[in-house]
Design a protein around this ligand. Structure first.
Ligand code: FE2
Ligand code: FE2
Length: 372
C-alpha cells in the first residue's frame, strides 16, 4: 500500500518507538499493518446479502426471540469506557520486544473486531428482512465498540488504526453466505474462548496483567458469545448447512481457523511469556473450549488429542516461519524457499485435515450460556 495515501488521524501523536529510534510505530504504519491481506491477517468480507436477507427464523423463533431480546437489553452498554480500573500504562518502560508484539496484537485484534463491524453493518444496510437486519445492527453496534476500545488503548501509545480509511481501502474478500456462517461462527466462538481463557488465567495470576485492557475481557467475551449464538441459529434455519458434503467444509474451516490461530500466536512469544502463558497450552485450551461449544451446531469436532495433531501444527508453524524468511530474503533463493515451504505447509495442513473427526449427536436445542 502507498503510505502517501494514508490519511492522518492525528498528527500530534508522539510515535512509539519499537526498536530504538529507527523503527517507530506510527498511526500510518499501524494502518498499513491493518491493511495487509495474508493468510494470517484479519480480512474484510463481503457476501451475497440478498441470499442472507431471505432467511426465515420462524421455526427457530423460540430460541431466536430471547437472544435478540437479550442483545437489545444491551448489558454491556457502559462497559467499553475507561474508568478508575484503567491503570496507567508505562509504554516507555515496556520491554521493546513485548511492546512490539503487544501493539501487533492490539492492531490485529482491532482489525478483526472492525472486520466484523463492517460486514454486519453492510448486511444491516442492504437487507430488508427486519429480523435479520435487527440482528446485524446489534452485532455491528458491539463490534464498533470493541474496535473503538482497542483503538483507545492504542491511542495511549500514540498510535491508532485509521478505521475510516480501512473501510474504504481494504480489500474485501467474497465468501458465499454458508462460508460466512462457518467462518464467522467460529471466529466469534474462538474469540470468546480466547478472551475468557486469558481473563481466567489473569484472575489467578494478577501479577502477569501487564495492561489494563485484560480486565475488560470478561464482559467483552459475552458479546462474542452472543454473536456466535446468532450464527448457530442462522445455520439452524437450514439443516443442509450442517449435513452431507457441507460437513467436509465445516471440517475445513475448523482446521483452518485452529491452525491459523496456532501459527499466529507463535509469532508473539514475548507477549505470551509476559502473560505467563505457554502458547501450546493456550492453543489447546482454546481449541477444547471452542470444540465443546461448537457441538451445539456442528456434527463433528476435530480430534485435537490425536497423535498427528500437535506435530502437524508444529510443522505448519515451522513452514510458515521459513516462508516468511524466504519472502524477506527475496531473489531466486527466496522464491525457491517460498515454494518449498509453501508445499511443506500444504502437506502439514492436509495431514491435519485428514485426521478422523469426532462425530456426535445433535441436541434439539441449540442455545448455550457462557460457561467458562
Ligand atoms: Fe467483538
Ligand atoms: Fe463478535
Amino acid at each position: 500500500m502507498n503510505v502517501q495515501n494514508t490519511q492522518k488521524l492525528n498528527g500530534k501523536h508522539s510515535p512509539v518507538s519499537l526498536h530504538g529510534t529507527d523503527e517507530a510505530m506510527t498511526s500510518e504504519k499501524a494502518t498499513d499493518v491493518a491493511m495487509q491481506d495474508t493468510l494470517l491477517t484479519p480480512r474484510f468480507y463481503t457476501t451475497d446479502f440478498d441470499e442472507m436477507d431471505r432467511i426465515s427464523v420462524e421455526h427457530i423463533r423460540d430460541e431466536w426471540d430471547p437472544l435478540i431480546a437479550q442483545m437489545e437489553s444491551d448489558p454491556n452498554k457502559g462497559h467499553f469506557k475507561k474508568n478508575e480500573d484503567w491503570d496507567h500504562v508505562d509504554w516507555d518502560g515496556m520491554e521493546p520486544e513485548l511492546k512490539k508484539e503487544f501493539i501487533d496484537f492490539l492492531i490485529s485484534s482491532c482489525t478483526a473486531e472492525f472486520s466484523g463491524c463492517v460486514l454486519y453493518k453492510e448486511m444491516k444496510r442492504r437487507g430488508s428482512n427486519p429480523e435479520i437486519t435487527k440482528l446485524f445492527q446489534l452485532m455491528a453496534r458491539d463490534e464498533a465498540r470493541h474496535a473503538g476500545f482497542i483503538n483507545d488503548a492504542l491511542r495511549e501509545a500514540g498510535i491508532a488504526v485509521n478505521l475510516g480509511f480501512l473501510t474504504q481501502q481494504k480489500k474485501y474478500t467474497y465468501f458465499r453466505p454458508k462460508f460466512i456462517y462457518y467462518a464467522t461462527y467460529l471466529s466469534e466462538k474462538i474469540g470468546y474462548a480466547r478472551y475468557i481463557t486469558i481473563f481466567r488465567h489473569l484472575q489467578e495470576n494478577p501479577d502477569k496483567r501487564f495492561h489494563p485492557i485484560f480486565k475488560w475481557f470478561e464482559e467483552w467475551c459475552n458479546d462474542e458469545f452472543s454473536h456466535g449464538e446468532a450464527f448457530a441459529l442462522l445455520m439452524k434455519t437450514d439443516p443442509k448447512l450442517t449435513s452431507g458434503r457441507n460437513v467436509l467444509w465445516i471440517k475445513f474451516f475448523l482446521t483452518a481457523v485452529y491452525s491459523t490461530m496456532y501459527v499466529r500466536d507463535h509469532q508473539r512469544p514475548a507477549f505470551h511469556e509476559a502473560l505467563g502463558v505457554d502458547v501450546d497450552w493456550y492453543g489447546q485450551e482454546v481449541f477444547r473450549k471452542t470444540s465443546k461449544l461448537s457441538e451445539q451446531i456442528f456434527p463433528i469436532t476435530l480430534d485435537i488429542d490425536h497423535p498427528r495433531w500437535m506435530p502437524g501444527l508444529k510443522r505448519l508453524q515451522k513452514a510458515s516461519v521459513a516462508m516468511d524468511q524466504a519472502k524477506r530474503r527475496g531473489g531466486i533463493s527466496g522464491t525457491f524457499g517460498q515454494l518449498v515451504n509453501g508445499a511443506k505447509a500444504g502437506f502439514a495442513f492436509i495431514s491435519l485435515y485428514t485426521i478422523p473427526a469426532k462425530k456426535h449427536e445433535m441436541a434439539p436445542t441449540t442455545r448455550l450460556q457462557p460457561c467458562y
